[in-house]
Design a protein around this ligand. Structure first.
Ligand SMILES: [Zn+2]
Length: 344
């Protein structure tokens, strides 16, 4: 049973996280006095994608949030949410959100370099918003009256970890801001997979690639002062069907290319691309929306495997398993990939 003091830390932590997530700001590279009307921006497009996969205006989100885990005994669970509430964050003002993202919100992914850059930027800004909130929350909890010495040390370690991750995002955002504000969209590199099946899953996220699809270590996480290469990924409506994009700025070329090469080798050696992408999405991303009838139609075994993967991903074990992108979640996705498009 949780002690009163521990309950107080948890409720203060959740309250602080909520306060931070409700603190609106504009992350556009030209933010300033024009940013008066802050909005609940969609990190996954509302029109085009969420509309496409929602049923009666709703989608599922797999909820690995602490408050859910407390109710379910530690297991993540799908939660029905309104389409308009899916994937939103208070990270842009209305003017900048509408202006900047018009080429992806009103036109299906071809892809052009500009479209890829904008999808990557939106994924990065959402992560920036979330990580900045986490760092501020932990900073505000430092010195909490109910913290034991052991808990204080744990909080310090968590703050250090989040701090390194967030410093990296600040570094990458500078590159992205600079490239996009100057129209240098060709600085973004990509691989886009076009799928002709119905879209059942929408997502966006970023990752510092640690291990690849062959179980090899790429970069060493947790080294202070060394910016890590960053990859972004997203789903998108395409001219024919829908698409899964993986994109990065050229400053992250080295490990991102290696990461993609490992996926190609993995598939060349006989693995299924559908399996690999589904595993990647549920292993590396907590920002997704799921078509309800697709989820309800899955075998119970498949549902539990996905939920177990989400639990694993939110646990501390995940980052240390070199093979976390090599196996599991086979035979669930049936996406009928048509063709693959890559930058030069
Ligand atoms: Zn703005």
């Amino acid at each position: 049973m949780l002690s009163g003091l521990r309950m107080k830390i948890i409720s203060d932590f959740l309250g602080e996280m909520k306060r931070q997530s409700e603190r609106s700001r504009c992350l556009h590279f030209e933010h300033g006095s024009r940013c008066t009307e802050h909005i609940s921006a969609h990190s996954i497009q509302n029109s085009g994608q969420l509309t496409e996969i929602s049923e009666n205006g709703h989608v599922y989100k797999i909820n690995g949030h602490f408050s859910t885990l407390k109710k379910t005994g530690g297991k993540p669970a799908p939660k029905k949410i309104g389409r308009n509430d899916a994937s939103t964050f208070l990270g842009f003002c209305g003017t900048h959100d509408t202006q900047l993202f018009r080429p992806i919100d009103t036109i299906p992914l071809k892809p052009t370099y500009e479209q890829v850059a904008l999808y990557a930027y939106r994924s990065l800004c959402r992560e920036y918003f979330v990580k900045e909130n986490a760092v501020r929350t932990l900073e505000n909890l430092k010195g909490h009256e109910a913290l034991t010495k052991e808990k204080s040390e744990f909080l310090e370690a968590a703050l250090k970890g989040f701090g390194i991750g967030f410093e990296g995002l600040i570094h990458h955002k500078r590159h992205y801001d600079n490239a996009i504000s100057n129209g240098k969209f060709h600085e973004f590199k990509y691989t886009v997979f076009i799928a002709h099946s119905r879209q059942d899953l929408a997502f966006s996220g970023v990752l510092y690639p640690h291990f690849d699809f062959l179980g090899r270590q790429l970069q060493d996480l947790g080294v202070e002062g060394v910016p890590l290469d960053l990859i972004t990924f997203f789903s998108a409506p395409a001219e024919e069907g829908w698409a899964i994009g993986i994109a990065w700025h050229e400053s992250s070329d080295r490990y991102c290319r290696e990461f993609l090469r490992s996926l190609a080798t993995h598939v060349y050696e006989g693995a299924s691309l559908d399996d690999a992408i589904l595993r990647f999405v549920f292993s590396c991303c907590e920002n997704h929306a799921i078509r309800m009838s697709w989820w309800d139609g899955l075998k119970e075994k498949s549902q539990s495997s996905i939920l177990e993967r989400v639990r694993f991903m939110t646990s501390l074990e995940c980052g240390y398993d070199p093979r976390h992108l090599c196996v599991v979640l086979e035979g669930i996705a049936k996406w009928e990939f048509g063709h693959v498009l890559s930058s030069d």
